[in-house]
Design a protein around this ligand. Structure first.
Ligand code: FMN
Length: 193
């Protein structure tokens, strides 16, 4: 049976949606993995079939833009809508990971990942980190390096605020996102054994 991985994301203007698509692409590249890409808008109705996909998943990867130094309100709304499942610890022992995108190089993205990790901890889920050594941190490094922003907890991306989602985030950040998706998919297969 296929291992099920879901990517739940919010995106106000399409930049984080592009990062989410790259995470999903990376997970899909692992054979035997079934991936669902789920924008948070699909969870507006309590009876939405999207909730069932999450309940059945081995792993859920959460992502959103960093707005005002923390997860965007769209993601927070989703997070709060999971409280019934938290009460039942319905998602305990599923794997989880996170990603975020913002306008500034730093932009307080770390805080967003810590918030997502805390949310995952409340659910008793198991957090998978990025595990890619930092790029762009030496005289031979460049912005084209994978993990150019030097994240540890999850995948980070940076999108210049005057450029559309057709241009940014750059390929290095999308490759970082793909590698996170692949890592979670492989971990989920081992977890399901
Ligand atoms: C309300 C709001 C708050 C923002 N706060 C931050 C911030 O704290 N740090 C930052 O680097 N960028 C910030 N940005 C910029 C966004 O993170 C950036 O434009 C991002 O690419 C938007 O992603 P999206 O298109 O998926 O919504 C903010 C943007 C908005 C609209």
């Amino acid at each position: 049976m296929a291992t099920k991985v879901c990517v739940v994301y919010h995106s106000g203007f399409g930049h984080t949606a592009k990062q989410a698509a790259a995470v999903a692409e990376g997970a899909r590249g692992v054979s035997g993995v079934d991936v669902s890409e789920l924008p948070v808008e699909e969870f507006a109705e309590e009876k939405s079939a999207a909730w069932e996909l999450l309940d059945a998943a081995e792993a859920i990867i959460f992502g959103c833009p960093t707005y005002m130094g923390s997860p965007s309100a769209g993601m927070k709304k989703f997070i709060e809508a999971t409280s019934g499942r938290w009460m039942q610890q319905q998602w305990a022992d599923k794997l989880a990971a996170g990603f975020t995108n913002s306008g500034s190089q730093n932009g307080d993205k770390q805080n967003t990942l810590v918030d997502l990790m805390t949310f995952v901890g409340q659910h008793g889920m198991v957090w998978i980190n990025l595990n890619i050594l930092p790029g762009n941190n030496s005289s031979t490094g460049s912005v084209d390096d994978v993990n150019r922003l030097g994240a540890t907890l999850g995948a980070m991306a940076q999108s210049n605020v005057d450029e559309g989602a057709d241009v940014v985030p750059p390929e290095s950040d999308l490759e970082t996102a793909r590698q996170l998706g692949a890592r979670v998919a492989k971990c989920a297969q081992r977890w399901a054994e």
